[in-house]
Design a protein around this ligand. Structure first.
Ligand code: BES
Ligand code: MN
Ligand code: ZN
Length: 494
């Protein structure tokens, strides 16, 4: 898909389809009125007859006998002016894209009213529009044997803006395209079943990504190399599996070598059975999404490379399966992490922290200016925050605030929960430096506090995306989050 910004009047811009936003119970203004005049009053006639009310997400095509520069006009409802905000804006664009994708229009131009939405300047308006079109057109790489639906004809998408906003809108489109491409990669990887998307498959995907982008370098460490690094904690998770583990290192270099990178550490459990502490059958299939943190690291790095962002980022992905077997780690086993700390594995289902702590220790080699780990870490976080905000943890107030602000700006929200010694206390063990679990209470926080123990001297934050990385039920599938948050934060360089 090709995106562009246009400052031309809606009365002049030629297109196969002009998408026009209409408010409920309000006079038409701006591009809607211009287009109405150019089309000989076709829009106002429809509105007068009561064929279109302007409710949020409503669409109505006007196809025949149109004067004016557009072959079709698609009215899309924005809801009342009072309730107009980011949500109605996104919903309108998604509904319009949905309709156009089913039809024959090869190109479209979007006109939504210029009245500013709080917190949505020309940059974010164009970025969100681009992101929403890209996400709406996304299709799951399914393995259905029937005929695939034809690919949408829509190939060119214009965003109509005031000419004073052209430069900001162009930046928004550039970043929105990158984020859209990154999210699509994240979703593709996470949606694949675990018998396809193994640690070796992820290693191959990393190599492909590095081939596509000049500024991305990849290194894949195999089990022997992981053992040489003394990652006893990571290795304890893979023991029960027949699939070889990998440690994937993706480096994006967008600025001078001497600039310290940000390290993104992604949990890459390609399937989490729970191991010997076996999970219950209901919804266990969803544990193929347990590599969503890793997938979001792939997506963020792809987005940065597509944008050509001027930052250095290193993605670190410890990836393996968590399986039961005769060789699997047993509850009570004690393992030695790369940091030298010993861990009593009381529950083999708390495996994410076991791979991440070694990933974080490994990140130290890059002398990072910040380390952010991203993980579908706890069911407790799903209970605490549900599917809207992900969990954000950091002892560093400034880092936490800057990540939360990036989430707010990009509509990919994160809510801060505490890390504090009182919770770390709960991880005491009689037999090792620490246990990998405590009781049921504050499960998302004690998991974060476990990781905290491995971050001394680092500027570190943790995102628990267990509730936000994928949808369940009839909408089951990866969301591509938190790629927008990560990229927004990295682009600000903070
Ligand atoms: N991958 C799961 C967390 C998870 C649960 C993600 C539900 C998405 C939905 C993680 O490895 C896990 O099993 N965590 C345990 C920790 C417990 C044993 C302390 C959990 O949340 O039950
Ligand atoms: Mn688990
Ligand atoms: Zn897990």
């Amino acid at each position: 898909m090709q995106f562009y910004a246009t400052g031309a009047s809606a009365a002049r811009q030629r297109s196969a389809c002009a998408i026009v936003g209409i408010h409920e119970r309000a006079e038409m203004t701006g591009p809607a009125r211009e287009l109405d005049r150019a089309s000989g009053g076709a829009i106002s006639r429809l509105l007068r007859r009561g064929d279109f009310s302007g409710k949020a997400g409503e669409v109505l095509p006007i196809m025949g006998n149109l004067r004016g520069p557009a072959e079709r006009v698609l009215l899309v409802g924005l809801g009342t002016k009072k309730a107009y905000g980011r949500k109605a804006y996104r919903r309108a664009i998604s509904a319009a894209t949905h309709w156009i994708a089913k039809g024959g229009a090869g190109n479209a131009v979007l006109y939504l009213p210029a009245e500013p939405i709080p917190g949505l300047d020309a940059y974010y308006a164009a970025r969100f529009a681009t992101e929403v079109v890209a996400t709406t057109l996304y299709r799951i790489p399914d393995l259905k044997s029937g005929k695939k639906p034809p690919r949408p004809k829509l190939a060119k998408f214009g965003i109509g803006v005031r000419s004073a906003d052209l430069a900001d809108a162009r930046r928004g489109i550039r970043d929105g395209r990158g984020i859209g491409a990154g999210m699509a990669l994240t979703r593709d990887l996470a949606n694949l079943p675990a018998n396809v998307c193994t640690p070796s498959y992820l290693a191959g995907a990393a190599r492909r990504l590095a081939k596509e982008h000049r500024k991305i370098r990849v290194r894949v460490l195999d089990e022997r190399a992981i053992r040489r690094l003394r990652m006893g904690s990571f290795l304890s998770v893979t023991r029960g599996s027949d699939e070889p583990p990998k440690l994937i290192v993706l480096e994006y270099r967008g600025t001078r070598r001497s600039a310290a990178p940000v390290a993104l550490v992604g949990k890459g459990i390609t399937f989490d059975t729970g191991g010997i502490s076996l999970k219950q059958p209901p919804a266990m299939d969803e544990m193929k999404f347990d590599m969503s943190g890793a997938a979001s690291v792939f997506g963020a790095i792809k987005a940065l490379a597509t944008i050509g962002a001027g930052v250095n980022v290193v993605g670190i992905i410890p990836t393996c399966e968590n399986m039961p077997s005769g060789r699997a780690t047993k509850p009570g086993d004690i393992v030695t992490s790369m940091s030298g700390k010993t861990i009593e594995v009381l529950n083999t289902d708390a495996e994410g922290r076991l791979v991440l702590c070694d990933g974080i220790s490994f990140a130290r080699r890059f002398k990072p200016r910040a380390v952010v780990d991203i993980a579908t870490l706890t069911g407790a976080c799903v209970i605490a925050l549900g599917g809207y905000y992900c969990g954000l943890f950091s002892p560093d107030d400034k880092l936490a605030a800057s990540l939360a602000a990036a989430g707010d700006r990009s509509d990919d929200r994160a809510w801060r929960l505490p890390v504090a010694d009182e919770y770390t206390e709960l991880l005491k063990s009689n037999f090792a430096d620490l246990a990998n679990v405590s009781g049921r209470e504050a499960g998302a926080i004690t998991a974060a506090c476990f990781l905290w123990k491995f971050t001394e001297g680092l500027r570190w934050a943790h995102l628990d995306i267990a509730g936000t990385a994928y949808l369940t039920g009839s909408q089951k599938g990866s969301t591509g989050r938190p790629v927008p948050l990560l990229v927004d934060w990295l682009l600000r360089g903070d």
